[in-house]
Design a protein around this ligand. Structure first.
Ligand SMILES: Cc1ncc(COP(=O)(O)O)c(C=O)c1O
Length: 434
């Protein structure tokens, strides 16, 4: 039954949940809980799907950038380097991690709506390939810093196409009224491009937009591309500038629960390519190299969190709770967005559900739940509780709230497991306290 959510999930002869071929109950025993697991083979395959499709259907220079805000630690950048991916970073911290992992700076795209002078200097000193300029203030600062270093930095202009892809508002950044980029509709994006073209120490390479996350088909990307290409055509008419590349932002949606659709990314990209080619033909524009920046769809389904159940409570007439040894500190997404997750009893996957249980974390916050009203066999203290599809925006959004130690990341590959991020200790918690 659980094979159906993603192909790296199955049940073995002991009725235990397996992940990437490993018995999750044994992994919990070996590494302790809470525990993040990561299926490296699936991550690599996901990268190949994007790269293959983009390179097959779009002109030379088309590529996939892993949006490393989804999950950032040294090993992930090594994997991305080996897979020939580029990466998008949004802070000096992510850039530093990539550099420490030996990731080639020329394949780094530096994002962010408020890059500080220190960020920009660090990015220039590292020699990042591209900086996605968000606004005029940043542009002027960057131009000056690049001049001081006698550099000409490649940049991409972040513009907002002003469409709503019908995703949850808090994770939707392509609307006009948002803090990222410069809107087309108000005329500001056109002025911004003229300003970039007048700066001597930056070289404009193309346009960027990001319309939102959890997009389950190619249609919103087609709409975004149409708006961006019409904008490109308008600018060509006014300034003679033709973009070499168009970055369409974050990747496709991810199946967190069975009600979410499966996506055939290869087919979506092929359909998107047909659409973009005919739009370009209509506008008489050369087809730009197309970049996509998937984060979630590269790592989410490759991740899983294991917890140990603590107390089980029933409030008669209300509901049942099972508490776990982690919570909002390792996965704040339900508290933030009411994000859906599948929850399983790792040691008794085939047992029929007995009742609905709300999975509560151990943080002192009433909204700090992992999921509400999940049908489960009766949980007992000590049971291993598995939450699949936690590879994206879990470790990277984790905190030490309540002075809880962040879990380790154990990477699974080729039948072996290895610790890629160590479990935090109490010493880590007080390391910066004077
Ligand atoms: C600019 C940009 N690119 C890429 C992404 C990655 O999106 P996803 O993880 O949904 O693929 C985001 C997510 O917020 C983003 O803001």
């Amino acid at each position: 039954m659980y094979k159906m959510l993603h192909e790296n999930l199955a049940v073995n002869e002991n009725g235990h949940l397996t992940f990437a071929g490993h018995d999750t109950v044994l992994l919990a025993e070996q590494y302790g809980t809470p525990l993040y697991l990561l299926d490296e083979d699936m991550i690599r395959e996901n990268c190949r799907v994007y790269l293959r499709s983009l390179r097959e259907h779009f002109p030379e220079g088309s590529s996939a950038l892993y949006a490393s805000k989804a999950l950032s630690f040294k090993d992930i950048y090594r994997i991305m380097a080996e897979e020939d991916m580029s990466v998008d970073v949004v802070s000096s911290g992510e850039l530093y991690t990539a550099m420490r992992a030996g990731f080639p700076a020329g394949r780094v795209y530096f994002h962010g709506n408020n890059k500080t002078d220190a960020d920009l200097n660090y990015a220039l000193d590292c020699g990042v390939g591209y900086i996605i300029v968000d606004n005029s203030d940043e542009l002027r600062t960057l131009n000056e810093l690049a001049r001081n270093k006698s550099l000409r930095q490649k940049v991409i202009a972040r513009v907002t196409p002003g469409i709503d892809p019908h995703t949850f508002e808090a994770v939707n950044t392509g609307r006009i009224d948002c803090q990222f980029g410069v809107p087309i509709e108000t005329g500001q994006a056109a002025d911004f491009v003229h300003e970039i073209l007048s700066c001597e120490n930056v070289e404009l390479c193309g346009y960027h937009c990001h319309i939102g996350s959890q997009i389950f088909d190619e249609t919103p990307f087609m709409r975004a591309a149409d708006i961006m290409l019409a904008f490109a055509s308008e600018i060509r008419g006014k300034a003679g500038y033709v973009p070499a590349l168009l970055n369409l932002g974050g990747g496709f949606g991810v199946r967190y629960v069975k009600a979410h659709p499966r996506i055939d990314i290869t087919a979506c990209i092929a359909a998107l390519a047909d659409h973009i080619k005919s739009s370009c033909a209509r506008l008489d524009l050369p087809v730009p190299a197309i970049l996509m920046e998937p984060g979630r769809s590269i790592v989410a389904a490759a991740g899983m969190t294991l917890y140990t159940a603590g107390s089980v409570k029933t409030i008669p007439g209300y509901r049942n709770y099972v508490t776990v040894d982690g919570g909002m500190s390792d996965n704040p997404r339900y508290a933030l967005y009411r994000s859906e997750y599948t929850v399983l009893l790792a040691g008794r996957v085939n047992e029929p559900a007995e009742a609905e249980y709300t999975i509560a974390g151990r943080c002192c916050e009433s909204g700090a739940l992992i999921q509400e009203n999940v049908p489960l066999p009766k949980p007992r203290r000590g049971d291993i509780i598995a939450v699949p599809v936690t590879g994206a925006y879990n470790y990277s959004m984790a905190s030490n709230y309540n002075r809880l130690c962040r879990p380790p990341i154990v990477v699974l590959s080729g039948g072996k497991s290895r610790v890629a991020v160590r479990r935090e200790s109490f010493e880590h918690l007080t390391a910066n306290d004077v």
